[in-house]
Design a protein around this ligand. Structure first.
Ligand code: PLP
Length: 411
């Protein structure tokens, strides 16, 4: 298993760089709730991502898993030559990031609103490009119509479905409609006829490998079944992706990029030589859901601090705020996880509350002391906070704005 080096502190299987006492003294002066990023841990995660891809394949940063321009710039710089561009999650976001100096942006999901799409065309130039995602003929029709009326060409990327249909189980996500070679060929034939579209990329994102934990938190008995499902799925999806890329090339399209992968699948994505780049987002902040993977372990680099405001009984402390629940199928694993003091836990019946979150701990806490949490997912944390405090060597060194802090809420 690839893991970060020289763990300072170990809690279960989690390694982290700062102790509870470090947080207490560093955060004393700041009103809470607050969110933070530990730059030392982030550096290690960037380094581990490079090692996981064996310095071989460029990395496109998934902005949805970051949602802070300062951090995006930081990761871009640290990746250096391995930086491939951004994968944005909305047209408005892509345009905004383009204006902020990012040059190579793929919007990872299709959009259909005319004005949003027109704004993209206005950004594209020789130096800057925003590529839009497509998988339906209707997407092509809309883009072709807008491109024609604006007298400009859209750069498009075709999204290839990478789900696996087992006899009694659909293992994957419902996103792209392009599942078969026949469908792809029809689609390509249609693109050919669209004078205002240029196919520049293909994406085959294996969500069921990247986004499904090997050992689901609290449900370890699923691990052997997931292992078998993943193994079979990797085998079939890789063959399908390769075949589909071959068809695209044989049809006469020369692709600028073939994208796939995500934090949870880098090892298997790397085995597919048709990919020219992989997407990575969550690995950088390493939120709680990414503890459930067996072949890598990143360092928790982002979190939030709540303040103890009540002590309803011995060992129970109630904090202000905290109800920052992650998206996806609802479940306990989508709740934020108390991180420090060590051993703290949520109360099952209350979870993380709208304005108050009680925790249980053996540690003796006083009013005003912080309780440190990890969000279940990466970038969503930034939708709840205007800024991130940045730590270096256990001290706050800077405060930077999140998307939300810059007045932006895209999705
Ligand atoms: C299209 C696409 N690519 C890649 C990823 C991987 O992102 P992360 O590394 O944050 O898991 C995602 C996540 O949902 C995605 O939607």
């Amino acid at each position: 298993m690839l893991t970060i080096k020289e763990p300072l502190i170990k809690k279960g299987l989690i390694f982290y760089t700062m102790e509870y006492a470090d947080f207490c003294s560093a955060l004393e002066a700041y009103p809470k709730p607050l969110a933070f990023v530990d730059l030392d841990a982030l550096d290690e995660n960037i380094q581990l991502v490079k090692e996981r891809v064996k310095y071989k394949i460029p990395i496109r940063i998934a902005t949805k898993s970051i949602r802070c321009v300062w951090i995006l710039n930081y990761i871009r710089e640290q990746l250096g030559e391995l930086y491939a561009g951004l994968m944005a999650f909305s047209p408005e976001e892509a345009v905004w990031l383009c204006q902020k100096g990012f040059e190579n942006i793929v919007i990872g999901y299709p959009y259909v609103h005319s004005q949003s799409l027109k704004n993209i065309l206005a950004q594209n130039s020789a130096q800057k490009k925003i590529v839009v995602m497509v998988d339906l003929i209707e997407h092509l029709d809309r883009l072709q119509h807008i491109g024609w009326s604006e007298g400009k060409q859209f750069l498009v990327c075709v999204d290839l479905d990478m789900s696996t249909r087992f006899p009694f189980l659909y293992f994957g996500v419902y996103r792209s409609s392009i599942r078969t070679e026949k469908k792809l060929k029809e689609f390509l034939a249609y693109i050919r006829k669209c004078s205002h579209l240029r196919l520049v990329g293909a994406m085959g994102y294996e969500a069921q490998i990247s986004g499904v934990q090997d050992i689901p938190l609290g449900k370890p008995f699923w691990a052997p079944i997931i292992r078998i499902l993943k193994k079979n799925s990797i085998h079939s999806l890789t063959a399908r992706r390769q075949k589909m890329i071959q068809i695209i090339k044989q049809t006469g399209f020369s692709l600028e990029f073939v994208n796939g992968g995500g934090t949870g699948s880098l090892e298997s994505s790397l085995q597919d030589a048709t990919l020219t780049e992989v997407t990575v987002g969550s690995a950088f902040f390493a939120p709680a859901l990414f503890e459930g993977y067996s072949n890598f372990r990143h360092r928790p680099a982002a979190g939030f601090a709540l303040e103890v405001t009540r002590n309803p009984e011995k060992g129970v402390y109630t904090c202000a705020g905290g109800g920052y629940v992650a998206s996806g199928a609802a479940g306990m694993d989508k709740l934020p996880q108390p991180w420090l003091p060590q051993g703290a836990s949520l109360i099952r019946n209350e979870g993380a509350g709208e304005v108050q979150t009680p925790i249980v701990t053996k540690e003796l806490l006083r009013l005003g002391m912080p309780v440190i949490f990890r969000h279940a997912k990466a970038g969503e944390l930034c939708e709840r906070f205007n800024s991130l405090l940045l730590f270096r060597k256990g001290k706050v060194v800077q405060e930077v704005l999140t998307y939300r802090g810059e007045g932006k809420c895209f999705l």
